[in-house]
Design a protein around this ligand. Sequence first.
Ligand SMILES: Cc1cc2nc3c(=O)[nH]c(=O)nc-3n(C[C@H](O)[C@H](O)[C@H](O)COP(=O)(O)OP(=O)(O)OC[C@H]3O[C@@H](n4cnc5c(N)ncnc54)[C@H](O)[C@@H]3O)c2cc1C
Length: 445
Amino acid sequence: MSLRMLARSSTSLRSMARSAIPARTIGAVRVPQVSRTAAPAARAFSSSSLRADEFENPFGPNSLYKLTEEEEMLREAVRRFAETEVQPLVAEMDEKEKMDPKIIKGLFEQGLMAIETDPELGGAGSGFLSAILVIEELAKVDPSVSVLCDVHNTLVNTVLRKYANEHLQKKYMPSLSADKLGSFCLSEPGSGSDAFAMRTSVKKSEDGQHYIINGSKMWITNSGEADFFIVFAQGDPAKGYKGISAFAVEKEMGVEIAKKESKLGIRASSTCTVNFDDVKVPVENLIGEEGKGYKIAIEILNEGRVGIGAQMVGLAQGAFDKAMAYTFERQQFGQPIAKFQGMQFQMGQIAAEIEAARLMVYNAARLKEEGRPFTKQAAMAKLISSQVAERAAGKAIEWLGGQGFTREQGVEKYWRDSKIGAIYEGTSNIQLNTIFNLTAKERGF
Ligand SMILES: Cc1cc2nc3c(=O)[nH]c(=O)nc-3n(C[C@H](O)[C@H](O)[C@H](O)COP(=O)(O)OP(=O)(O)OC[C@H]3O[C@@H](n4cnc5c(N)ncnc54)[C@H](O)[C@@H]3O)c2cc1C
């Protein structure tokens, strides 16, 4: 059943259709539109299609598993999309190291590439946790598809939504909601963890009408398929990180996609070097103010880390589910291997670790939606969920015995894919650094 049909058959959707608020579509799920002008206090969670008093548990605070009706439906719709449309292509895409264009088209058609974007700009106008749920569900089936959706939503769209002026938003967000894929270009060959040591330069043209960008970005996710790039460049090295600005750059302005990396994991996700050779960008394409690029990058990566946390939780769950099913099928010593306590304890341990990681991710996402500080929690969520993902996927291989070591079963892929969780959007050491610094600061050190 297509997601649109699913939406039409839903009882809850019929009740939503009675709502006086105009409906919008996400993942073919028609949901009442949240008023953009409503006071934040009136919306406990920004994606809620319920009033705060309807959402709150009258007996006390909600558990982190309390989702709005919209979030529940979205999760179910994405699950079906991942299982029916993505699953059949996973092994082939991994083998060929290429994302099937059908997947990208499908993600756009399902409304999953503009989750938080204002409906007036073609998006769903949902909240951050909705994006997190989508990323998690996709990662259960394919972490490569998940990161494509994650980068486009939590980095590219969010930079425009939060920092670009109305003109730039209207210029780019409708096509980023409809069919144009975006990339986020910060890292360079010489600047990874030390991101603001970038060498990519920018200067104004003599007539003052353009910025001219020169340099190379490295490791850029989605760049093989992208038409749009958020680019960070240094305009005044003497000012250090305060010389960095962010720009909205179209591929057609002269962006060159160079070497594509051949990787251990998330192989279907393109990761390329991106070159800028006198790329002329109209002055209006400056995002925010000159010199504010570092602030944009820092703030956006805080959000992005929750997205990577969700990717890792989904990955861990996907590996666990596959492997656990196998342990009930596989017989040794005259019984399913799941009957051995030695197996049960391991599975119990991993199940508990996945639960803990998921709660950390959801908690960071809810904190963000509530407008409360979440930098420390985002760093913790990414750190722990990437560790849990690697452990879960590693154990899953072992639970399948020899079968786990083969490519055929698709479990080893989860382990290969898990390794990136400790590297991108800040390595684990960088997360530990942030966690320590904020923890010490809270204590007045
Ligand atoms: C598949 C993939 C996709 C990516 N996608 C993107 C993208 O879309 N956009 C983008 O801009 N970037 C992207 N990146 C880049 C990614 O964010 C960087 O690789 C990451 O930030 C680490 O930088 P680095 O590789 O230069 O490692 P380095 O910074 O050289 O780190 C190497 C090691 O040194 C450690 N280290 C460094 N500094 C410290 C310190 N101060 N304290 C303790 N330990 C330290 C690190 O933890 C790490 O273990 C991607 C990378 C990969 C592999």
